[in-house]
Design a protein. Structure first.
Length: 269
């Protein structure tokens, strides 16, 4: 009788722990999507209208804030980082974990960024409207490009839903379509439009634009290497046919020449 009670108690305890894990996973998944939505709205406002706080000692703070988004963003996607964190972050939650880290770094920027009074250009009239139109088009282009590769994968929603429904993790096949038939990095190109197309360019915004432009250039190369590591021959063949960006005739972001296919530096794991 005592053994039966003990087994019943253990079963109840295991069931309770399972329910708590499911509840925690459910809360984390839904919370991640809400945080993502809030951050997107904040990013639009931040890039369109700038920060509200101004300070005389801004350069160091702003540079650190710009870098604390750029550097971890690339590090967390590196196969070596993912391998190191797999014991703490299951694969079903890594996309959501990455999304949360990205959102937190952006929210820190919104909260602590310092605006300067130095203005490099301040457009008005038709010119200002044209630049704002390009800014809005860049947003539409970025959302379209993300949609092509799967918005749910970017935010971790797809992986989380498969975990919630007790389904096997989905496989991401590489099939270039839409804008990806003409350039390898349409999301990054659209993001460049977000930071460059501003009718009023303050000095702090120019610093942000410069740092993130360099980050996007380096990040594009790292992404090519990362996808070459994960996808292998199909992506290398794709790099032969499509350049990273339009009108890039040479360098790592140009079309990959056949003899160079075997010289692509591997991503260490």
């Amino acid at each position: 009788m005592s053994a039966s009670l003990l087994n019943s108690e253990c079963t109840h305890q295991a069931s309770s722990e399972f329910s708590l894990r499911r509840l925690a996973g459910f809360t984390f998944g839904i919370g991640t999507q809400a945080l993502f939505a809030i951050t997107v709205v904040g990013l639009f406002s931040f890039l369109r209208y700038g920060a509200t706080q101004s300070s005389g000692s801004w350069i160091l703070i702003d540079c650190l804030l710009a870098l604390q988004f750029a550097i971890p963003h690339s590090l967390l996607l590196h196969p070596r980082t993912r391998s190191a964190l797999k014991h703490w972050v299951p694969s079903e939650f890594y996309g959501a974990f990455f999304c949360v880290c990205t959102c937190i770094s952006l929210l820190l920027m919104f909260a602590f960024w310092r605006r300067t009074t130095t203005i490099l250009w301040d457009l008005d009239g038709l010119a200002a409207n044209a630049v704002v139109g390009c800014f809005l088009f860049s947003w539409a282009s970025m959302l379209y490009s993300i949609h092509l590769t799967g918005l749910g994968f970017q935010t971790g929603w797809t992986q989380w839903m498969h975990w919630y429904q007790h389904k096997k993790m989905p496989r991401r096949d590489f099939v270039p379509r839409g804008a990806y038939r003409y350039l390898r990095h349409p999301v990054y190109l659209s993001f460049l439009g977000l930071i460059w197309f501003t009718p009023t360019m303050t000095l702090d915004h120019a610093v942000l634009t410069g740092i993130w432009t360099v980050y996007i250039a380096i990040g594009s190369v790292l992404k090519d290497r990362r996808l070459s590591f994960y996808l292998g021959e199909p992506y290398l063949s794709y790099m032969q046919k499509v350049s990273g960006y339009p009108l890039v005739p040479f360098g790592p972001l140009a079309k990959l020449h056949a003899p160079a296919m075997n010289s692509v530096p591997p991503v260490q794991t």
